[in-house]
Design a protein around this ligand. Structure first.
Ligand SMILES: [Zn+2]
Length: 117
């Protein structure tokens, strides 16, 4: 279960941030995940929700944004979107391509709510 490990990773980072800002309650954790990581969003949501129960993040929600795979051809220098993991250039059919996006995995933003003072 790839998703459980990723969810744990996200939670560790979010909790680390939470420790440095104890006055804030994390409401939403926005993550950017490239299509190459090949996650199933429903499984990641499920893993997250079960892992955050009984932690300070139990009220938080995960917001997942999937980045499609794009690549550039080293032969004709054109950029294109990669469909269904077909790693060849649709223009000149070269296999010499460089993946430009789709490998992302990071927290874009933590949406917090500060306690009223
Ligand atoms: Zn090409």
């Amino acid at each position: 279960m790839h998703e459980t490990a990723l969810a744990q990773n996200i939670i560790d980072i979010a909790q680390e941030t939470g420790r440095t800002h104890p006055e804030a309650t994390i409401k939403t954790v926005r993550v950017i995940i490239g299509e190459m990581i090949a996650i199933v969003p429903e499984l990641l949501h499920h893993a997250y929700d079960s892992l955050v129960s009984n932690t300070p993040l139990c009220q938080s929600k995960l917001d997942i944004k999937i980045i499609p795979v794009s690549a550039e051809c080293m032969h004709c220098r054109r950029s294109f979107g990669v469909q269904e993991f077909e790693f060849s250039c649709p223009y000149c059919h070269s296999n010499r391509i460089t993946v430009k996006s789709g490998n992302e995995f990071y927290i874009e933003e933590l949406e917090v709510e500060s306690c009223p003072s």
